[in-house]
Design a protein around this ligand. Structure first.
Ligand code: ACO
Length: 326
């Protein structure tokens, strides 16, 4: 028995923030942002719209696509670094509002790798026989940790959510073939939100130092991202004796077009096989892979039989990959 993705869904907030809008906030330009990142616009929540609000919409779509009722969900995992609040978990809030009353619920924090980490946990619960249907949601309100005075970071991120329903399959050669997860905590200061947790709890001085916002050493992150993403894709293929030619689509974490072009070049993988939506949504952290996956499924690009590789890197530092025969 294997786990398999039975349905996908996604949701982005209505408000579009263009590069021209950011030109009004910081000393930047549309041409700099497009050239250095590939991002043209991103979405931003309305006041009062939280992580769970986005996650629920994506989850409802995924459940409908999978033809699964919320009462039949055994477990909800939410991957996020921007949950509604530190306590309780965003997964619990979504469990209640979805009416998934039988489901256990917890959150996973692995930044941009959160979706692949959560998928791996869902896979283990399914293959062990403990659960039949696991709802994996990745939802981020990156605008809540974005410093709108810092041009190094504010142009990069966006808000959004993606979700998948993971169930069982007995079909040979179908489903989630494998997942690989990695972390190197020595690099945890490359990307971080220092404040708001137990090391720098909310206080006037914490706010004055702007520790509640994302800090990133972009240039160093860039180089490691290219290296780890390449390794992650090769590691994903190796156990199955698959080559780059076997890949129908790479669905990568959507951080920067230059990172993805460099990865494609190193792998010898045509960019036509790389699912991209960062131009419209920016870096939505954990949500970026399921958001791109859902778009590709709904567009008919990913079809039954397609071989899909997922690859991510992010704060932690974490990196991860997975192979799915759709
Ligand atoms: N507009 C104009 N100029 C800018 C901007 C901006 N928005 N941002 C930075 N610059 C300037 C810098 O100040 C610097 O100027 P200087 O040379 O006078 O000092 C110059 O541009 C070059 O800066 P670099 O940081 O070297 O630019 P780089 O080409 O590396 O691009 C970027 C920066 C886009 C952040 C890139 O490094 C990147 O994408 N890194 C990876 C980030 C990432 O993927 N993070 C993912 C993890 S997120 C997570 O886990 C939640």
């Amino acid at each position: 028995m294997r786990s398999h993705i039975l349905g996908t869904g996604s949701y982005v907030p209505k408000q579009v923030l263009t590069n021209a809008d950011l030109e009004q906030l910081v000393d930047t330009s549309d041409s700099w942002i497009v050239e250095r990142t590939g991002i043209r616009e991103r979405r931003k929540v309305a006041p009062g719209e939280a992580c769970s609000d986005l996650g629920i919409r994506a989850a409802q779509q995924a459940l409908a696509a999978a033809n699964i009722q919320s009462a039949d969900v055994d477990l909800i995992i939410v991957a996020t670094c921007t949950g509604d609040s530190p306590l309780p978990s965003t997964a619990s809030l979504i469990q209640y509002r979805l009416g998934a009353s039988r489901a256990a619920a917890f959150d996973i924090s692995a930044a941009c790798c959160g979706f692949v980490y959560a998928l791996s946990a869902a896979d283990a619960f399914i293959r062990s026989g403990q659960y039949r249907h696991v709802l994996v949601i990745a939802s981020e309100v990156m605008s809540s940790v974005t410093d709108w005075t810092d041009r190094n970071t504010c142009v990069l991120f966006g808000d959004g959510a993606g979700a998948v329903v993971v169930g069982r399959t007995e079909e040979e050669d179908r489903g989630l073939l494998s997942v690989h997860l990695h972390a190197d905590g020595r690099l945890s200061d490359l990307i971080c939100v220092p404040g708001g947790g137990s090391s720098f709890p909310a206080s006037e001085s914490m706010l004055a130092e702007r520790l509640q916002y994302v800090k990133m050493r972009g240039n160093e992150t860039f180089k490691i991202a290219v290296k780890t993403m390449e390794e992650a894709v090769r590691e994903a293929l190796a156990p199955h004796n698959l080559t780059m030619d076997d890949i129908d689509y790479l669905v990568p974490h959507q951080a920067n077009i230059r990172i993805l072009k460099a990865v494609g070049q190193r792998l010898g993988l045509s960019m036509e096989k790389v699912v991209l939506n960062l131009d419209r949504f920016g870096n939505t952290s954990a949500a970026s892979i399921p958001l791109a996956l859902d778009e590709a499924v709904r567009a008919g690009q990913i079809r039954p039989g397609s071989l899909i590789v997922l690859a991510a890197f992010g704060a932690g530092l974490t990196w991860a990959s997975g192979v799915v025969r759709w």
